[in-house]
Design a binder for this molecule. Structure first.
Ligand code: FES
Ligand SMILES: [Fe+2]
Length: 402
């Protein structure tokens, strides 16, 4: 992160603590229509234009240790094989044989030397090339060089693998906007995968995601945990192009240290903002991360159905952090906070489905949620959304470039 940017974050937090209201000219935000959380037609648009067309975090390279290591990934519905090739490169393919669509792999993870379809025996190599066809004499027109497995866009940032089902999407790193420049001193290449866990929650995916875009709830939901060390009145927010955003919240005491991370290896030369404050980023749409000098959690949010979702928590930390004795404590502290965040979600879902719910009425401090929804409409295309469910674009002038 450039020094001027870091300075402006500190200044921003100080300004937030002093301000008496929103800045002059900030628009009143209309309520977000509840139908955006419940209407089946809207959710179908969201699936088609958001989830099927976004760069989404899939896994860390450590999870595919050897050539031939694979994972099956189903987060957007389609079964997708993510596999490390003989050349070490990680690729992704739909798990569908080019002959008549049988699956090539049946396990959720493992190792393979290639793909062998058990229906009629076609075989493909790890790069997805069609290598052998049984009774080839009966396919006189078949050009095997054009019948490789259908590939899914798969790109890396640091050691993280992202997928995008949109073949025309711009490159991943370009799509991340200012985030890579913020994280340039985090030594991402030396971060290892530490742990992952998964939780199913009975609500629409956005109900829970919203809670991770603001700090307004800290005092009431996290009085014994996060609110004890973070001063939510100092939360400073940046809205960015592509729907991304960040907020940074000051610690109540500048010398506060995470007791669950004391003594863990720290990234050398990392900015103060990561070492001693609490920045949290949203890589649009569904990745929330508060990176720190001693570890980076990725919290990802996935739709399951209209009213159920999965939240995954992945931890990464510097080489040498693996096996540190404090990890079990640190992970369970984090899980406790997550439980605080999820406690109301199923009943909020129940409530937004009633006639008593008149929309999400947002404050200035909750504007990242509005920004998130504005981007969703840009991705879907306003003309496809019924007027009553649209979000009026208002935050354009408040979007920063860096
Ligand atoms: S479906 Fe795979 S070989 Fe026939
Ligand atoms: Fe929270």
């Amino acid at each position: 992160m450039e020094a001027t940017i870091e300075r402006s974050l500190f200044e921003g937090m100080a300004r937030e603590q002093q301000r008496e209201g929103p800045p002059p000219g900030f628009p009143e935000l209309p309520s977000i229509p509840g139908g955006r959380y419940t209407d089946p037609d809207f959710l179908r648009l969201e699936e088609q234009y958001l989830w099927k067309r976004s760069w989404l975090y899939a896994l860390h390279a450590d999870e595919l240790p050897r050539p031939g290591s694979f994972r099956m990934w189903r987060k957007t519905g389609a079964p997708i094989i993510i596999i490390r090739g003989k050349d070490g490169r990680i690729r992704a393919f739909y798990n569908t044989c080019r002959h008549r669509g049988a699956p090539l792999l049946e396990a959720d993870q493992g190792e393979t030397k290639g793909f062998f379809c058990r229906y009629h025996g076609w075989t493909y190599d790890l790069d997805g090339r069609l290598m052998a066809v049984r009774e080839k004499r009966d396919f006189p027109g078949l050009d095997t060089s054009c019948m490789g497995l259908a590939e899914v866009r798969c790109e890396m940032y640091g050691n993280w693998v992202f997928l995008n089902e949109d073949p025309d999407a711009p490159p991943l790193v370009e799509s991340l906007g200012p985030i890579p420049s913020h994280w340039e001193h985090l030594d991402l290449g030396n971060h290892r995968h530490i742990a992952s866990s998964s939780y199913e929650i009975a609500c629409n995916v956005k109900i829970l995601l919203d809670a991770f875009l603001e700090t307004y709830h800290l005092k009431s939901i996290h009085p014994q945990t996060v609110d004890r060390f973070l001063d939510s009145r100092g939360t400073h927010i940046l809205l960015w192009p592509w729907g991304h955003s960040m907020m940074v919240t000051p610690h109540r005491r500048p010398d506060w240290r995470d007791p669950g991370a004391v003594g863990m290896p720290e990234v050398e030369g990392v900015e103060e903002i990561f070492a001693h404050q609490n920045p949290s980023y949203n890589i649009y749409p569904n990745l929330i991360t508060p990176p720190s000098a001693t570890g980076i959690p990725f919290i990802t949010f996935w739709p399951r159905s209209a009213r159920s979702m999965v939240v995954d928590v992945h931890w990464f930390a510097l080489e040498g952090s693996q096996g540190h004795e404090l990890w079990p404590t640190r992970l369970s502290n984090f899980e406790r906070i997550l439980e605080e965040d999820t406690q109301f979600a199923p009943r909020i879902q129940e409530s937004v489905e009633t006639a008593g719910f008149k929309g999400m009425y947002l404050s200035y401090q909750e504007r990242r949620i509005y920004h998130w929804h504005e981007e969703l409409d840009r991705r879907i295309g306003k003309e496809r959304i019924p007027e009553a469910l649209r979000v009026r674009p208002l935050l354009g002038p408040w979007i920063a470039e860096r």
